[in-house]
Design a protein. Sequence first.
Length: 167
Amino acid sequence: MLQKTHSIAGFISAELVLAYQHVNFFSWDTAGALLLGCLAGTLADVDKPGSTMAKVLFPLSALLRILKVRHRTLTHSIIFILLLMMISLPMSSLYFWVFIVSYASHPLIDLLNERGIQLFWPLPMKIRLLPKFIAIDTGSTSETVFRWLLLAITLLIPFKLYVYPVL
Ligand SMILES: [Zn+2]
């Protein structure tokens, strides 16, 4: 999936954590959490040479390349998410969960991609949730439709929580 699609999925993840933790919508914490969600959602593609995250986090992407970590393997795996959880424990509960859920949204939506991901890395099998003929190819029209759907959800969550909570 494209970086903008992952950013939106990360944004939704942050919204869900904010709603779950009943954080005041009009606060600096909300702004920080939404920003963190957008960034963490794209983070896993640091393993993809040429991606924005690989450029921004150059030392890390260079290290991954030296270690011959291929795209959609280690950084898209459950074991890596567990490792991130351990590293992120000193964070406050809000930022911890925003970071982890947003990060995890990345492999989650990549599971809809036609090439699949090595979710159970170091086991080599690639996991894909959709049959190939309806799987979402990166940059395809179906990804654009999927992104618009995610965008609608970003608006729906605050609408449901603050404007029309009774619906
Ligand atoms: Zn990815």
